[in-house]
Design a protein around this ligand. Sequence first.
Ligand code: BCO
Length: 565
Amino acid sequence: ARPTGRYLHKDHQLWAPLTLADFEAINRCERSLPKNFNFAGDVLDQWSQKEKTGERPANPALWWVNGKGAEVKWSFEELGSLSRKAANVLIKPCGLKRGDRVAVILPRIPEWWLINVACMRTGLVFMPGTTQLTAKDILYRLRASKAKCVVVSEEVVPAVESIMSECPDLETKLLVSPHSQNGWLSFQELFQSASAEHSCVETGSQEPMAIYFTSGTTGAPKMAQHSQSSLGIGYTLCGRYWLDLKSSDIIWNMSDTGWIKAAIGSVFSSWLQGACVFVHRMAQFDTDTFLDTLTTYPITTLCSAPTVYRMLVQKDLKRYKFKKLRHCLTGGEPLNPEVLEQWKAQTGLELYEGYGQTEVGIICANQKGQEIKLGSMGKGVQPYDVQIIDENGNVLPPGKEGEIALRLQTTRPFCFFSEYVDNPEKTAATIRRNFYVTGDRGVMDSDGYFWFVGRADDVIISSGYRIGPFEVESALIEHPAVVESAVVSSPDPIRGEVVKAFVVLSAPFKSSNPEKLTLELQDHVKKSTAPYKYPRKVEFVPELPKTITGKIKRNVLRDHEWGRT
Ligand code: BCO
């Protein structure tokens, strides 16, 4: 069997389990990375041991409810044996090998966590995607990544079937559903007969663990690849100081499974601290269900996008008595100070904002115990040296607006993404002199607190989603009514900003009813690409502002929307 530990340094001669203190020291750059690391073996199985010896309270590792009476509670030991069975499903009947890429498009169901851990145990590269992805989105992801396997729930089957003939690398289709389907392996059936014996593979610390598709101003989403340690060790301090978790806590992070926020809050940060991950299936977001959940279950820690808090403060929150809630967090988009004040006035709880990116994780945060400055996203978090820089990579003094950037030492921080797969130009473009540039603009004050200003590029951050204008424009141009379009952000009281499309119509559609045509175009975008990207505002214009060379000036339209001259 695999030893439960790793050499920290070449000169260490003993196998000793890595401890939380070791992981913290690695995050603080006081210790080097171990040569090998595997989150399932080195973290989850350690908590399983601690459960046996009574060193961890009787708190589930995963607690899932669907709001209709179904419930799943797994200890770390159960998570261990069930994920070993899942690992055997992936390796044997699915025929997958270490390093193969697996696209996992599942809603918030327990199998998402099982398959995630099973990929860790087997060294498979996990590629999560939201169930809002359309056939076109899935085709792009499967082809770009050369995925060997796709794991989906029933609602995603038709989309995969419509494009699978165009995916020559796709060998295995695994369905997570109580019903079997022709041409699909049934996870449930294979799982029943799978063995619970499996030896966790010896993954290298820098070996790929996951790929996240992330949108930019131009082109299709890029594949940000993370290593075993960037995700598996890199969130130790975040779990302890931002999320303020202990093994007795129960955290509800309601992010969709497709985003890195699910990995941060519902896998790595939480399980590094041995806390319980609470999950509500909630197919459709609903404020009443949300508030009832907080009054019914002993959730201690809540993490949600600012849009959710904006929706919640519209309700009379004083009517609700939350069972155990003590710490609330938010991130993914800027939080407005009014919402923080309203939340605090109604619940008595602070809101601790964090700021980060898929590529590099949490960059700034209001950590527990730190004074919160209204409107600020807190201070830079270890191990990052966060600075505001100008276009030449010079550090700007406090109070000056510039780009939020991370200073690089001689080696790339281990908690960074490894690369944009097959895209060395875009990977290189994130570096300016000795800084990683986030693409976000901000200001630092003289106390070291950071204030978000906006994106430096055309990317739209709406309801916590990162939306590339090009992706929406590409969907719009497929419609016969659209000659050309420009997609920009526009302010919105609930969603922070929303997608707005300026559309030039083709001659046959010029006299169409604008309301009807708006709905038709919105519906068209929802069918062409993931619906969260659809333009919530549409304006028909005779022409678009352009440069002399014919490039659309999105900035002119955006500035107009935001009332900037
Ligand atoms: O609002 P509408 O009803 O007009 O449109 C909604 C849906 O109804 C619609 N839709 C969804 N599935 C559809 C569909 N339409 C047609 N066919 C389908 N199959 O599309 C729109 C989707 O918008 P939504 O997802 O914003 O929906 P909703 O219910 O308003 O949810 C609100 C939020 C706040 C719960 C949701 O926006 C959300 O979860 N936001 C957070 C996203 C997030 O987690 N971001 C973190 C990214 S990681 C990161 O930032 C790195 C940090 C280190």
